[in-house]
Design a protein around this ligand. Sequence first.
Ligand code: AMP
Length: 317
Amino acid sequence: MSIVVVGSVALDTVETPFGKRENALGGAATYFSTAASLYTQVQLVGVVGDDFPAEHVDFLASRGVDLKGLQRRPGQTFRWAGRYDYDNINNAQTLDTQLGLFASFDPQLPEDYRSADCVFLANIDPVLQLKVLEQVRQPKLKVLDSMNFWITSNKARLSEVISKVDVLLLNEGEALQYGETFSLVSAARKLLELGPKVVLAKKGEYGAALFADATYFFAPAYPLEKVVDPTGAGDTFAAGFLGYLAREGDYSLAAMKRAVIHGSTVASFTIEDYSIDRLRSLTMVDIERRVEHFKHFTDVQGEAVFETLRLQPAPSA
Ligand code: AMP
């Protein structure tokens, strides 16, 4: 099973109350590919400039990510700078965005990408997301991510692309903004009416909620002692979710509920370190162990929550 991902490959500067990382490897497609490649074959579509360190390309290649669709052109790589504060750890404050080559990005899928089983449209201009959907043949699952910027600047095109996908992923605040409501249930209903079978609202440290016709499923986030940098949590949530479904070849609602647990698990590892650093050494054994913990701390019987927390490795920072 293969997943095509289209999105940013970036150099990020991130500030948290604990420190700052400059020009670190980032971008939605990078986070997604790094994590999803633990589950299945990933084919990446994006663009980088001649300022993009070769070691980052080598790293993605070492994970088995197919990079035929990564355009390398003269010019500047997409750069993003953001900050997280104690009072809003779930939402980055964007300090600077430099589109560079991303401003003229025209996603082109190599021939063998077009028959991929799954497509992940990471957060980019909905006009480009529509272009990608025109190029794929008959994927079994199309998943879309977006952000507040597109809700404000191009709601019509965003609505069009939402109507063409199976699963829509949004932060809770973005879903509320789209639905112009304070009720997540009401927002999810409006979004489902556009056509997707599933709306998945990410609630940061409070977990994720899945809405489908007559179905609601909620999963908490993994209780972590070590939180360093939330960047990429959303994209690696998508990677665990979609990676699990693609690996199992099962796109039923029941499988999607299990996939939400994988999404929450993978995201929990991402935020334990800056950039993709925690993901470099992450294994499927680590993921499966944490997935198993979820069963304990959502079980009302006994004292399993404390057992779960004891099983975590001792925080080193
Ligand atoms: P998230 O998973 O939501 O934390 O996504 C974080 C990544 O999104 C960062 O590594 C950024 O490089 C990337 N990013 C931030 N803003 C944008 C944007 N406007 N378009 C595409 N990618 C972005």
